[in-house]
Design a protein around this ligand. Structure first.
Ligand code: GLY
Length: 394
């Protein structure tokens, strides 16, 4: 019998209880249960045209932890051991990532917060704690003192000069979600390095990736030798000076998380600024267009994953603020969730394997309009936050 941490299992729905969300959550858990025999030990990577899953290849993929996260949330909601067992059965795949330095990029936080920190926090699993601490040390080692940022990507292969030029000296907005692993490791061990690196990276992100008007660059490059700031650029967005909607959502959720972990008012102000601008950029739409520089008139793909991360971040921000401000973020989060339920919900489609349609993985590479495992994970997180759950793995 697992030891359960009560805060994960005793939380009741909060004052904002919404039947549509409660029913959607129940369908999410049932869909997760139904696909387990088909997925086996594989981790969903991207949806196909008929809404079945393609799976991560052997090795490392930045998305490989999201299905574990979905399993832990299902475990939390149902208490059914089938979910915790399925998550733990994947442990060897995560161990392999820690044993292969060439696979360890900045996304290690996504992987291990959702796979291992979760098992420690929910079930006091000691192996999971050790694994999560080891992954936090790997993330720490990616910090570049010159420039004060965590380098995002790997210069794959020693002879790939183009990739090395592209990757070195580059930070990206997505890393904000990975800082939670460092804050957790600091809280767990008291080791100051973890906190210092997370705070320095957050400060560099606020300075260089968040623009004055609250929009954002996807990436920022530094001279890798000196740390001299060079320029903001996009990789997955529409243009260097545009605002990629999933990037914007990583910032919103990420800075809210940093504030939750530290109480540093700078992170609250940055999360507010990003949320305020996101609200303006979304205008009258309820599901974000994949890049806010593009008209949201149906002529460009939407990104349901950006909508799910935005909603989860807004509920987190609402929980960290008070009065009219908290109501504003909560209302905006509910609007995003209702948009997802109206336009993207697959839990009422019996043939679909995932939860949300219309994710945009990488539009410039031809990857849009599909299910995405991170869309699914954050959809569940957002629905749970909307229902008053506060205990997560970040
Ligand atoms: N972290 C990669 C992405 O958001 O597509």
């Amino acid at each position: 019998m697992d030891t359960r941490t009560s805060s994960y299992f005793d939380s009741e729905a909060g004052p904002g209880n919404d039947d549509a969300f409660a029913q959607a959550l129940q369908r999410c858990v049932e869909r997760t249960r139904a696909v387990l025999p088909r997925t086996g030990l594989r981790n969903p990577r991207v949806g196909t045209a008929n809404n079945s899953w393609e799976y991560c290849p052997h090795g490392f993929d930045w998305v490989m932890g999201f299905f574990s996260g979905q399993l832990w949330l299902s475990s939390q909601l149902s208490g059914d051991p089938v979910f915790s067992e399925a998550a733990r059965a994947r442990r060897g795949q995560f161990r392999a990532v820690l044993e292969n330095r060439r696979w360890q990029d900045h996304d290690i936080g996504f992987l291990f917060s959702l796979h291992a920190v979760a098992d420690w926090k929910m079930y006091a699993n000691h192996d999971a704690r050790e694994m999560a601490l080891e992954s936090a040390r790997c993330l720490l080692s990616r910090f570049r003192e010159e420039g004060a940022y965590i380098q995002a990507w790997l210069p794959h292969g020693p002879h790939d000069r183009e990739q090395a030029r592209f990757a070195s000296g580059r930070m990206i907005v997505d890393t904000m979600q990975n800082l939670a692993l460092l804050y957790w490791a600091h809280a767990e061990t008291g080791r100051r390095d973890f906190l210092e690196v997370a705070e320095l990276h957050a400060a560099t992100t606020a300075r260089h990736l968040v623009r004055e008007d609250g929009t954002s660059f996807h990436t920022f490059s530094f001279d890798p030798a000196t740390g001299e700031p060079l320029r903001g650029e996009t990789h997955q967005g529409y243009a260097h000076d545009s605002c990629w909607s999933r990037g914007q959502s990583w910032l919103l959720h990420g800075f809210a998380q940093c504030y939750a972990a530290t109480g540093n008012p700078l992170w609250l102000d940055t999360a507010r600024k990003v949320a305020d601008t996101t609200e303006k950029l979304m205008g009258t739409t309820d599901v974000p267009v994949w890049d806010y520089a593009l008209p949201a008139d149906g002529s460009h793909p939407v990104d349901s994953s950006a909508g799910a991360v935005t909603a989860a971040g807004l509920f987190l921000l609402a929980s960290l603020t008070e009065g009219e401000e908290a109501e504003r973020w909560d209302r905006f989060g509910r609007r995003c969730l209702h948009g997802l339920l109206r336009d993207c919900d697959l839990t009422t489609e019996p043939q679909a394997e995932g939860l949300l349609a219309h994710g945009a993985a990488f539009v410039n590479s031809g990857k849009s309009d599909s299910m995405l495992p991170y869309g699914d994970y954050y959809f569940m997180e957002a629905l749970m936050r909307a229902q008053g759950h506060t205990a997560f793995f970040w």
